[in-house]
Design a protein around this ligand. Structure first.
Ligand code: 0X9
Ligand code: ZN
Length: 304
């Protein structure tokens, strides 16, 4: 049986979401966004009452970077929480929450097989190197900053914009649902940062940036209330570094209002861990995150 306080293989993650959908047909449905290079399905759950109605969507994804294990773990914790409690019934009558817990199944599987620090997907590339950084492959200011053309680089942007099947899967989903999607959160690690667009250049912001800051601050407060964990709310380029072709900028470019990349635990100055957050911290990281995110969901949709 699936345990929420351990890291799992892809097959266990997928079996878990499938079983949630099977057990809750009145408000949970599983779908496929596309396939990875190796042919693995990129799955998502739609959660909302009644299941066949179209409502405003709050979209959460995780795992675009393979080694950031805490991100799928938190996404799956949130999925369990939303589907295992009556607490969210009224929220789920107002909105649909769509969760894609693992966007890079090939890369993730690679990290589970011993290549723990793998970040990219696994498509063959020139110079006998493998993989594209999917978070540099989206078609908005593609190649503009924070990326490399060398196929052996960790931040290789790929041969062209949206060249990768995993990029295409998410892109198509966002393109097809952009009218309904009101908020997009992409879970990464690490740093404990809650960052907003634009990420492609410093000091460059969307016109409604103040709304993104306000909601980010509300989420930050909700997270801190759980056990004092501090997230920084900042522009991703100013606060971290400029990097173009990421999924957050692409989502924002489609007109999706509330867009954030969330860098989960640990913080930058926790020198003990990096991508290897101990499994015994999954639950605490998830609890505080769900507070921030559910508040996020509420406020975002109250404003629709
Ligand atoms: O560099 C990234 O892709 C993200 N950080 S990570 O350490 N998880 O790799 C940050 C992306 C922030 N968004 C943009 N720069 N658009
Ligand atoms: Zn990442």
């Amino acid at each position: 049986n699936y345990t929420l306080d351990e890291y799992h293989d892809l097959s266990e993650q997928m079996a878990f979401i499938e079983s949630i959908a099977q057990r809750n047909p009145s408000f949970v449905k599983m779908g496929t966004m596309g396939k990875s290079f190796q042919g693995k399905s990129i799955q998502y759950l739609k959660i909302g009452y009644p299941i066949n109605q179209t409502k405003p969507i709050f979209f959460i994804d995780a795992g675009i970077h393979a080694r950031e294990w805490i991100a799928p773990a938190v996404a799956l914790w949130i999925t369990n929480e939303l589907t295992n409690s009556t607490k969210y019934a009224s929220l789920l009558r107002q909105i649909d929450i769509i969760i894609a817990p693992n966007l890079n199944p090939d890369g993730y599987t690679h990290t589970r097989k011993g290549y723990r620090m793998w970040r990219k997907n696994l498509t063959p590339q020139p110079n006998q190197c493998f993989g594209v950084d999917l978070n540099r492959n989206f078609p908005f200011y593609y190649g503009f900053s924070g990326t490399e053309s060398n196929s052996c680089s960790e931040i290789y942007k790929g041969p062209k914009a949206a060249s990768e099947p995993e990029t295409q899967a998410l892109k198509n989903f966002l393109d097809n649902n952009k009218q309904q999607i009101k908020a997009y959160i992409t879970l990464h690690s690490y740093g404990q940062n809650w960052v907003y667009p634009w990420g492609y250049a410093v000091k460059t912001y969307p016109p409604d940036v103040q709304d993104l800051i306000d909601l980010g601050n509300a989420a930050q407060k909700a997270i801190a209330q759980v056990r004092g964990t501090q997230y920084s709310v900042e522009n991703s380029a100013d606060g971290m570094y400029p990097a173009a072709g990421a999924s957050d900028d692409y989502a924002k470019s489609l007109g999706i209002k509330y867009v954030y990349t969330v860098e989960l635990a640990p913080s930058e100055d926790d020198l003990r861990y990096d991508f290897n957050l101990p499994a015994n911290q999954i639950l605490s990281t998830s609890t505080e995150k769900s507070r921030g995110i559910s508040l996020q969901g509420f406020i975002a949709f109250a404003l629709v």
